[in-house]
Design a protein around this ligand. Sequence first.
Ligand code: SAJ
Length: 452
Amino acid sequence: MSTEQSSEFVSRVEARSIRVGVVGLGYVGLPLAVEFASNGFDVTGFEVSAEKAASVNAGESYIQDVPAGEVRRLADAGRLRATTDFGELAEIDAIVVCVPTPLNKTKEPDISFILTAAERIRAAMRPGQLIVLESTTYPGTTDEVLLPMLAASGLELDRDFFLAFSPERVDPGNEHFQTRNITKVVGGVSEASTDAAAALYGAVVESVHRVTSARVAETAKLLENTFRAVNIGLVNEIAQLCHQLGIDSWEVINAARTKPFGFMAFYPGPGIGGHCIPLDPHYLSWKARLHGFEAKFIGLAEEVNSRMPQHVINLVTEGLNRHRKAVNGSRLLVLGVAYKRDIDDVRESPALSIIGKLVDLGADVTYHDPHVPVLRLEDDHGRSAGSSRVVTLESVELTDSALGAADCVVVVTDHGSVDYGRVLRLAGLVVDTRNITSGLLTPELAAKVVRL
Ligand code: SAJ
């Protein structure tokens, strides 16, 4: 039921008299802050990084999808500013929290960034504020954790403040789907909170999808990304099965996708990377375990996906063996180390585990990635026990000699800027984990290639 307060809040949104605060100006927060400012709101970004705050105030952008010119225009117009003083949250009417939610070393949720943000909000709270959490998290975080923390201020839900969850759906590098044209799911811990949050986002996105609770919104986000992890796991298992049967899994998938309904193509790869797909499902399975429920699909997908780097090592071993060579002492050139094509992000990239394993097997490993000039391998990147060496590599130039000298070239990430026909011509052996060479193969070249 709407309250008098939520009606008043909605009116202020419509009048653009709401001051918006975005906590965390990363790949989610900065585009969102710019979107609100571009739609007539007065926006303050709250950052723990003085450097990021200074960049925004100087009209600069450090996020690939946010044009610096847009930041400069809004900063110059006084619509967008950033601060590290969280006490200024007291002056904000709508606070949107966009902080990281990683996993800890034992792959359990780490919501410490959310808790720190919530504590800072509690300390500055006053009547008339809406707080929205966007960070991907387990079902119940908003109503079980955030609500009590904020209520400890002495302020009362619906009377003094509103609280909702609305999952971020930013897809870095996606030129078609940007903040404005991606439907925003919104779920409040009360109906009045849903009203307030739906009004806020309704001012900047084309479509808002209201749900009846914050938990539904939290779980919807986790389903979205668990769906991907499970289906990627399925095709990775199919690929290993096809390899055993001598069947081309890529041809199988491309045939299946001709079905105009009831099928969605996913493709095998060297494993899954990024800050969403490998991590988000663990938030759901962790919560399930607390309730004595085992989320079997999530566990199985993790098992299959996390073993793909070893499968790649097996393919390299298989290929070298054809040339009577061992991995130990062989010169291996890895092409592409970012977690997916045409980006520079190496978080959770399977390349880290593949290179770590090859180094531990005694191979002489170099890599080429036009987007990643330096790569640092920590201990836990698939390294064998005791290999405490932290290895730092620099991307090598993809020269004819580098390609010719390699005993094996391993395509881990298929960046668009690489000429794979040249790689095939100059390399003696290619392990292709992305099917990027299939359209280039003559019978002679095909003899050089081992495909996933
Ligand atoms: N991958 C495969 N096979 C596939 C698809 C992906 O092996 O068929 C691998 C990629 O190489 C990568 C990892 O999985 O290592 C994740 O790839 P992704 O395409 O899911 O890309 P992300 O991690 O950037 O996921 C983001 C997510 N966006 C948000 O969480 C807001 C995801 O929900 C999007 O669906 C995805 O982008 C997208 O579609 O681009």
